[in-house]
Design a protein around this ligand. Structure first.
Ligand code: SF4
Length: 443
């Protein structure tokens, strides 16, 4: 019997979603096929995240119920991929008897061989980090769709003191500009409408000849009807050159995800974020001059060790100053192996929770006010799906990454760029009336 059915669950960030497509590309080349039915799978893979403790706890919980499946089908091979595999390594195999495979983000090429080892009754472990691996020669396994993502670089050299990524994904290395542009061309040919260029810190992309602004230019020039996004940026490396490129190309989205993490220079220093609030605000100011309709989202950590009440207020202040359109906000979670782990986690849980609530409440209020100001304006939406709430409506996103709900009808179909007039808004969603279908995309 040919055991080739693979079931894969992906957790965490878009980098992991892109990695899952690479994993399936590698396995597909070896005759494996993807199944959406876990019960019928020969191989079950969990592509995991380690950014916070609760991300790993989820996997431990999930392994619990997958273990029962293995009792029914002892030949089933269970594998852990991604950052948790890299962080915990063979500890996972020792502690979790049902786990047969532990493969880190740089060893996916060895998956077929390691799966064979597991089918033969052994344990497959591949957790070496690489300084060169980019998988750029692997064609990711992508199902038909509208929006795709491409990892243009892997790893991170920033070593923020709270972050596991440099330890789970290794040193920075970038794919060659030509291979990324070729992938964008293939996606355009396949009818995709949007591509997101991914990296832990895309601004430090370099293939030795080209920097990130060069890469973004080359990708934008492939097909001006293909919308281009990118994430994640780092304030230390975001150049004016990049800002001018965004303003110049009508198909590069006016949206920048720029994590600030804290509003206090002292806390930023403890986090090893390598910029000051003054520097950060300088970028925001220049970006808004160069790209007037640019929108920003950010990441915030509350309750970092030694963070005082005053410093928490500084974080609220910077959010009030910048007025982000969106934010990912979390409580500090100590991660073993990081420098901050050596600091006492001295902010009590209830204080962390109260600070997080204050941050979230303020962000929701600001997002609501910003969206109210958009009522009466027009914008272009990429229609992505039927609305989750009603099949009488579509949902889509503007280039500024805002969710818009619009009515079905008017010959609009999923994949169209549609001009709408906004008539209602909440903190998370805009509502628009149909104006026209746009043939040639212009942001
Ligand atoms: S920039 Fe900092 S937070 Fe982001 S992945 Fe790198 S080390 Fe982690």
């Amino acid at each position: 019997m040919n055991k080739n059915k693979v079931y894969i669950e992906t957790y965490g960030c878009q980098m992991n979603l892109a990695d899952t497509e690479v994993v399936m590309g590698i396995l597909n080349n070896k005759g494996y096929e993807l199944t959406k039915e876990i019960d019928s799978a020969d191989v079950v893979l969990l592509n995991t995240c380690s950014v916070r403790d609760n991300a790993e706890q989820r996997i431990h919980g999930r392994l619990g119920n997958i273990g029962t499946l293995k009792q029914k089908n002892p030949n089933m091979v269970i594998g852990i991929l991604g950052c948790m595999a890299e962080r915990l390594r063979d500890d996972l195999i020792k502690k979790k008897k049902m786990v047969d495979l532990v493969v880190g983000p740089d060893e996916y090429r060895r998956l077929p061989e390691l799966i064979d080892t597991a089918f033969a009754g052994g344990k497959g472990i591949g957790v070496k980090l690489s300084r060169t691996e980019t998988y750029e020669d692997i064609e990711p396994y992508r199902e038909e769709g509208l929006a795709a993502w491409i990892s243009v670089m892997r790893g991170c050299d920033k070593f923020c003191t709270y972050c596991v990524v440099p330890f789970t994904r290794g040193r920075e290395r970038s794919s060659k500009l030509t291979s990324v542009v070729e992938e964008v061309r293939l996606l355009s040919e396949r009818g995709f409408r949007e591509v997101t260029l991914l990296g832990q810190n895309v601004n430090s992309y370099s293939d030795g000849e080209n920097d990130f602004a060069d890469l973004l230019t080359a990708c934008a020039e492939v097909d001006n009807n293909l919308r281009i996004r990118f994430m994640t940026s780092h304030p230390q490396d975001l150049s004016d050159k990049l800002l001018y490129i965004i303003s110049e190309y009508s198909n590069i989205c006016n949206y920048i995800h720029l994590p600030v993490q804290s509003g206090s220079d002292r806390v930023l220093k403890e986090m090893n974020r390598t910029y000051t609030i003054e520097h950060y605000l300088g970028i925001i100011e220049r970006a808004r001059k160069i790209i007037p309709s640019v929108t920003f989202s950010t990441d915030i950590i509350v309750g970092f060790p030694t963070e005082t009440e005053e410093e928490h207020k500084m974080t609220l202040d910077i959010m009030a100053k910048v007025r982000y359109d969106g934010a990912f906000m979390f409580k500090y979670s100590p991660r073993k192996g990081t420098r901050a782990f050596k600091m006492e986690d001295d902010i009590p849980e209830n204080v962390k929770s109260r600070r997080l609530t204050e941050i979230i409440d303020q962000q929701l209020k600001i997002a609501y006010e910003i969206n109210q100001e958009l009522i009466g304006t027009e914008d272009i939406v990429l229609v992505e799906n039927l609305s989750k709430k009603s099949d009488q409506f579509y949902s889509g996103r503007t280039d500024t990454n805002k969710i818009v709900i619009l009515p079905i009808g008017n010959n609009v179909k999923i994949g169209d760029f549609v001009k709408v007039k906004l008539y209602k808004a909440t903190s998370a969603t805009l509502f628009g009336d149909f104006i026209e279908i746009v043939d040639v995309y212009r942001k």
